[in-house]
Write a protein that binds this ligand. Structure first.
Ligand code: AHR
Length: 491
């Protein structure tokens, strides 16, 4: 058995973790809304048409914020279509996903759903087909108390109190040629800045996220961030990052190291933010909203052949494997390691569409990736602690010197708990891990996901891939090959 060591100093604090790092995302796409969170007439739904079985699983995940309504969808969306009497709402073509949108569900229903799920809205404005005027109208509708056209319209829709939406995205992936009304960096930077200015004039308490690059490989990466930040720096609070990971080559050693790529991407964006900060001699620090991240590739072939203009088709329905769960654990470790700058992150998405939760007409179930997210959201609140890891490394196609063990700790002073998240990337070796702490601790439990085939999945029929709770030794822990581990201690 290989050996490794982790040492944890209680005072090695990276940052207090912003709970919004455990955010997620619901887009009007495929069966995320219709047939996912909302299915009137289904025996599992409540009087509002909300799937109760889904709400229970979402509550387990304790998601503090959910981005809405897109994604690519938002760049062609008229928010007014989704408020007011349902029988007056128009049916429209959605050019982002080539489907038909009935608008039966909009922000009014989403707000109710969030209340039932214990979460908050992160709202995106359309900077594709629309711009500053609609964004300011939407903000006035959502957050202004009353006595104006848009706020009174909201009140006439039965919502006397403002929605009070705090976190807003200035469009979505505007650097991407696939985006409805894609823009150059300068075109976007100007629109985003003027939109941000108007929005902050209406409600200075809100926080704004400007679009960064759609992924690290975009040709415009770097120049895009620099241009957007140079124009918008004074008005925005976050710049977004998006990235999806895949194992198309069936190269698991590389796949399990992809969170190193995520780390490099974050560090690169931080460097550009701080360069602009220096250029402007600004006191203010812009942070990161990593508002789309996940594994996405299993469903791509299937989706190429989808017919146009269907309603809520099965789309982006990745069925996640055990190895996907391992990488999602690794990605969560990386987000926590960077929690000094990543303040918001959204697992994309939440239900049916590249999601931890799946539904059919009979039931809802947890995919493999549900569990590492559940663990991080449950035990990863407090302060992130950088740990020192001593272990062997390996080389793979994309990365050199990849440590077999990846780890971060989270200390929760209210609960007097400290938790270590540990990924073992070795596909062949269990590792005897010696764990030492600067302060006295008492072991509580070892939650482990291990021993499954790399391609094992959970489906509506059976869900074999799930964590088990084991007893935790005081000094040495056996970390199984290819495993995700949560080591819980009190102090
Ligand atoms: O999450 C699915 C899609 O991925 C989103 O609509 C878009 O923003 C990204 O390209």
């Amino acid at each position: 058995m290989k050996k490794a060591a982790v040492s944890v100093s209680f005072s090695n604090v990276i940052s207090k973790i912003d709970n919004r790092i455990y955010g997620s995302f619901i887009e009007h796409l495929g069966r995320a809304v219709y047939g996912g969170i909302y299915q009137p007439g289904n025996p599992n739904s409540d009087e509002n048409g909300f799937r109760k079985d889904v709400i229970e699983l979402v509550k387990d995940l304790n998601v503090p914020i959910v981005r809405y309504p897109g994604g690519n969808f938002v760049s062609g969306y008229n928010w007014e279509d989704g408020v007011g009497p349902k029988d007056k709402r128009p049916v429209r073509l959605d050019l982002a996903w080539f489907t038909t949108e009935t608008n039966e569900f909009g922000m009014q229903e989403f707000d109710e759903w969030l209340k039932a799920s214990g979460s908050e809205m992160m709202m995106a404005v359309n900077l594709g087909t629309r711009g500053p005027d609609e964004a300011r109208a939407l903000l006035e509708y959502a957050n202004f108390p009353g006595g104006t056209y848009w706020s009174d319209l909201r009140r006439s829709h039965g919502k006397a109190e403002p929605y009070g939406i705090h976190t807003w995205c200035l469009g979505n992936e505007m650097d991407g040629p696939w985006q409805i009304c894609h823009k150059t960096a300068y075109e976007y930077a100007r629109t985003a800045t003027e939109t941000a200015k108007l929005m902050k004039w209406i409600d200075p308490s809100i926080e704004l996220v400007a679009c960064g690059s759609s992924n690290f490989n975009m040709k415009t990466f770097g120049e895009w961030e620099h241009t957007v930040l140079s124009e918008a720096y004074d008005y925005i609070d976050y710049i977004s990052m998006h990235e999806y990971y895949e194992n198309n080559n069936d190269d698991t050693p590389t796949f399990l190291a992809e969170n190193i790529g995520m780390d490099r991407f974050i560090k690169a964006v931080v460097a550009i933010i701080d360069m602009v900060k220096a250029e402007k001699k600004s006191e203010k620090t812009v942070n990161i909203s990593f508002d789309e991240w996940n594994v996405w590739y299993h469903s791509k072939k299937h989706d190429e052949d989808l017919e146009h203009w269907g309603r809520a088709p099965h789309r982006l329905e990745d069925v996640y494997t055990f190895e996907d769960a391992l990488l999602v654990g690794g990605l969560l470790i990386t987000l926590l390691k960077n929690s000094d700058r990543v303040k918001i992150a959204c697992l994309a998405q939440l239900v049916n569409v590249i999601a931890p939760i799946m539904t059919n007409d009979d039931r809802a179930w947890a995919q493999t990736i549900f569990y590492p997210f559940l663990h991080a959201s449950s035990f990863g609140r407090g302060s992130a602690i950088s740990v020192s890891v001593d272990c062997e490394t390996y080389d793979c196609r994309k990365y050199k010197n990849v440590p077999f063990i990846d780890s971060v700790a989270v200390r929760n002073d209210e609960k007097r708990e400290i938790t270590l998240f540990v990924l073992n990337r070795s596909l062949s070796d269990d590792i005897s891990l010696s764990v030492s702490f600067s302060d006295a601790v008492k072991p509580v439990e070892h939650i482990e996901m291990a021993g499954y085939g790399l391609k094992d999945v959970n489906t509506c029929e059976s869900s074999p891939v799930k964590p088990v709770s084991k007893s935790l030794g005081a000094e040495t822990v056996e970390i199984s090959k290819a495993s995700w581990n949560v080591l819980r201690y009190t102090y």
